[in-house]
Design a protein around this ligand. Sequence first.
Ligand SMILES: [Cu+2]
Length: 126
Amino acid sequence: MGILITHFRAAAARFAISRSVIVPMLIGPIIGAMLAAASVAAQEATNVVTIDNFTFTPPELTVAVGTTVKWVNHDDIPHLVVNKDKAFRSKALDTDDSFSYTFASVGTFDYFCALHPHMVGKVIVK
Ligand SMILES: [Cu+2]
C-alpha cells in the first residue's frame, strides 16, 4: 500500500511537471503570434499622419527606409500633402480620403498643404 501511494505521488508529480511545461509550450506560440500581430498593427498605426483641424498629427514622424506613410484627411474641407522638394504630391484629399507614399531613401522630407501653406509637417527617414 505504501509503495502504491508513493508510486501514485511520483506519477502525480510527473504529471504536474509535464503539464507545467507543456501548457506554456502550447500557449507560447499563440501568445507570440498575437504579440506579432499586435506589433504589426501598432506599427501601421504609427505610420499614419492624420489631418484634423488644419493640423498634421504627428507633425514630425521618424520611420525606417522602405516605410509607407499614409495621410488621412479628417477635416470636412480638402487638403493636399506636398513635399517641399517635390518627392511626392497628393491629389486634393476630401474627407476621409488618404494618400500613401513609400520612402525609399533616407532624408528629411518637409511637406505642407498646397491649399493652406501654414500647415506643415515632416517625415524623417533613417
Ligand atoms: Cu489644407
